[in-house]
Write a protein that binds this ligand. Structure first.
Ligand code: PHE
Length: 416
């Protein structure tokens, strides 16, 4: 009994030590602040588990950028060294991974996570240790509200969800369908719940109707009872803001049950595994994304070509965002007055007009990237095609891509 209490107390003291103590003067970083040797950067991600392609693609993008930066002379002569931790697609492990990177490895900054719930779990640890964290791809609005050391280089879900609703509304009009959408969200994911709420608010404000709302918990494998209830509402679209592993299964079971309408999803669909799992069941469905791999803009085309040469596969949006994330951090490191947490934080906050593969990166007052483009992709003949583009620089309208399959050329029309 006594022994247990003692263990508990020492555990509490240990964790308080990490979370609650005033940060070390150099922002928790002795090795790197010394001004010589490698600069240590931590990365935490889902290298294994249900979202494994998120972590793997992001890691590839980060490493490609780090190698390019080092080959070009590093940060004022010092090389970047990336230390990666696998959180196995679990949010508790995300917190452990970040704790380790900070307390054992003394990293100067942290890149990650992809899944918003994981970023939300780990951000407070970065914040209380004054270690800047830049998520490449967590879109839930709450992530960057965890503190002034937490940044993102992608758009938010209040932005993504609104445009999905506008797209759904325009799609229904263009296809002579009723403005009725059914929705299936993942209750265990901050991302899915948040996006569902934004979509619902905007779509109903536009005069649309949410006809059936159901939920699941990631890791479930049988979605039939929810889908049966949804089928009875006869929706024009089925909105499923989840992650690719579940989406593939949901699509297959929806078709088995006779649901024929297109599915609509968010960036969480993005994975080389999506079509592998969902196959034909996903034909004609849509999802929003951060970039389109066949965009002919030179910055995208060059990145895609270099990535293919290095990894032998087409980079997904996670790879592009991982690449941009590392480049954003390096840009800030070069501008920082000192390589410590607080100075680096200030430099990241001042990021402006940085050319990225996923668009120009400017960090706004709430530590989110401002004015990022959004694309809507359609799955046609087992391929991703460009269905629409939303570019805040040209008025933020949903511009439908009416041409031939975008990979063939016309992406230029909307992707200036
Ligand atoms: N936006 C998702 C989230 O916040 C993560 C994600 C980004 C997944 C991009 C795929 C592509 O949870």
């Amino acid at each position: 009994m006594r022994k247990n209490t003692l263990i508990l107390i020492s555990l509490a003291v240990l964790s308080f030590g990490l979370l609650g103590c005033p940060p070390k003067e150099n922002g928790g970083n002795t090795t790197t602040a010394a001004g010589s040797g490698d600069i240590l950067v931590g990365e935490y991600g889902s290298m294994t588990g249900a979202q494994a392609t998120f972590g793997q693609s992001t890691h590839n993008g980060i490493m490609m950028a780090a190698d390019e930066i080092n080959a070009a002379g590093g940060i004022n002569g010092r090389k970047i060294k990336v230390l990666s931790e696998d959180d196995q697609s679990k949010q508790e492990e995300a917190a452990n991974a970040v704790t380790k990177l900070i307390s054992q490895n003394n990293v100067l900054a942290i890149l990650g996570e992809v899944a918003s719930s994981a970023s939300i779990a780990a951000a407070p640890i970065c914040q209380s240790n004054k270690v800047p964290m830049i998520t490449p791809s967590s879109t839930n609005d709450e992530v960057t509200r965890k503190g002034d050391y937490i940044f993102r280089i992608c758009f938010t879900d209040s932005y993504q969800g609104e445009y999905q609703a506008v797209f759904a509304d325009q799609w229904a009009t263009a296809n002579n369908k009723s403005k009725s959408v059914a929705m299936l969200t993942d209750v265990k994911s901050d991302y899915s719940r948040g996006l569902g709420a934004v979509f619902t608010a905007k779509f109903t404000a536009l005069g649309g109707k949410m006809v059936g709302t159901q939920s699941y918990a990631n890791g479930d494998s049988d979605f039939r009872s929810q889908l049966t209830a949804i089928k009875a509402t006869n929706p024009s679209l089925l909105y499923v803001p989840g992650y690719y592993t579940d989406i593939g299964q949901i699509a297959i079971q929806a078709r088995d049950l006779g649901i024929t309408c297109p599915l609509l999803g968010g960036d969480g669909w993005e994975s080389p595994k999506l079509i592998e799992i969902g196959g034909k069941a996903l034909e004609g469905s849509f999802y929003t994304n951060h970039y389109f791999y066949a965009d002919p803009a030179p910055v995208v085309a060059n990145f895609v070509q270099k990535y293919k040469e290095r990894y032998g596969q087409t980079p997904d949006a996670l790879a592009a965002l991982g690449y941009d994330d590392m480049k954003t951090l390096a840009d800030a490191m070069k501008r920082a007055t000192k390589l410590d947490g607080p100075s680096l934080r200030d430099a990241i906050a001042q990021t402006k007009g940085l050319t990225g593969v996923t668009g120009t990166i400017t960090i706004g007052p709430e530590r989110n990237a401002m004015g990022k483009k959004l694309v809507i992709e359609e799955i046609k003949n087992g391929q991703l095609t460009l269905a629409a583009t939303i570019d805040p620089a040209t008025g933020g309208k949903v511009e439908m891509n009416t041409g031939a399959p975008a990979a063939a050329a016309p992406a230029t029309a909307t992707n200036k």
